[in-house]
Write a protein that binds this ligand. Structure first.
Ligand code: HPA
Length: 282
């Protein structure tokens, strides 16, 4: 082992300690963890009877550096079901190691959370999409994402080589479609491609990703989904198309537009997630 590699055993030990910390601070594992993407953090403020912990107090969690991401864990009730939400997440482009990016998801798995709802802001590659659309993520282009599981396998979480045929859980996708139909919240479906960032893509990048079958592109989610699949969690992914990807309209991209469109879509997004949480079995 190289000096800069921490053994799987010590990482598993730290994750178990974080799991115990969360159990002591917040009680039994919630039904679902929700990772809130850029501009979608408002849902966290609607959680009732909530306890909130800043990330810097949680063993193993890093600090958040992106404007518009606040950096705290909020645990309480949504639609009468216990959930924990991440207001702010860790990105690779911030300089974090991939192990740090996925640490919260692995700690949630250790705590015993069965379901993960992961959300993000993304750029629309599919030309039929519009800013403000919500997209259920059916599959991922993960090849451009350095694996968060590189290094010695943490066998207590999952096996070394594992299947990614269905990165997202069919039952949860069905549930989301059902909520969409029953509540009249239009959703798209598609493939989300990972880009490392922090720069937005070039028009040529976007043409390449379109050839690869991607409908949307963003700088998060793929690491967390890989880690959650490894740990055997049930996963649902929802993307808010906050802008058309580079070169589609000729307009320049900026982070303020991403946050603003996320906020405008917030009400539909919250209704969708509430509907899903109220119907998740468990
Ligand atoms: N590209 C990458 N990430 C994003 C985008 C985009 O166009 N919009 C929101 N997040």
């Amino acid at each position: 082992m190289q000096a800069n590699q921490v053994s799987a055993h010590s990482r598993e030990h730290l994750l178990s300690q974080t799991g115990e910390y969360l159990q002591n601070a917040l009680g039994d594992a919630p039904l679902a963890a929700i990772i809130l993407g850029s501009g979608l953090g408002e849902l966290g403020n609607q959680i009732e009877d909530r306890l909130s912990i800043p990330y810097e107090k949680i063993p193993g969690f890093a600090a958040v550096t992106v404007p518009g991401h606040s950096g705290r864990l909020i645990c309480g009730n949504l639609e009468g079901r216990k959930v924990v939400a991440m207001q702010g997440r860790f990105h690779y482009y911030e300089g974090h190691a991939m192990e740090t990016v996925v640490y919260p998801v692995q700690a949630f798995a250790k705590w015993g959370i069965p379901n993960l709802i992961v959300t993000n802001a993304s750029g629309g590659i599919n030309l039929t999409f519009q800013p403000g659309d919500l997209m259920l993520i059916r599959d991922l282009v993960s090849l451009f994402c350095p694996s968060p599981l590189r290094g010695e396998n943490m066998a207590s979480l999952g096996p070394r080589f594992f299947d990614m045929t269905k990165p997202f859980t069919e039952e949860l996708l069905q549930l989301a479609r059902q909520v969409s139909a029953e509540e009249g919240i239009a959703v798209r479906e598609g493939v989300y491609a990972y880009a490392q960032g922090p720069h937005f893509e070039t028009p040529a990048d976007i043409r390449l990703l379109r050839i690869l079958g991607a409908d949307a592109v963003g700088m998060s989610t793929v690491p967390e989904v890989i880690a959650a699949r490894h740990a055997g969690m049930h996963i649902l992914g929802i993307s808010c198309i906050t802008n058309m990807a580079a070169g589609v309209t000729g307009q320049q991209l900026n982070h303020e537009e991403v946050l603003e469109t996320g906020r405008l879509a917030g009400e539909r997004f919250i209704k969708l997630v509430r509907g899903i949480v109220s119907r998740i079995s468990g």
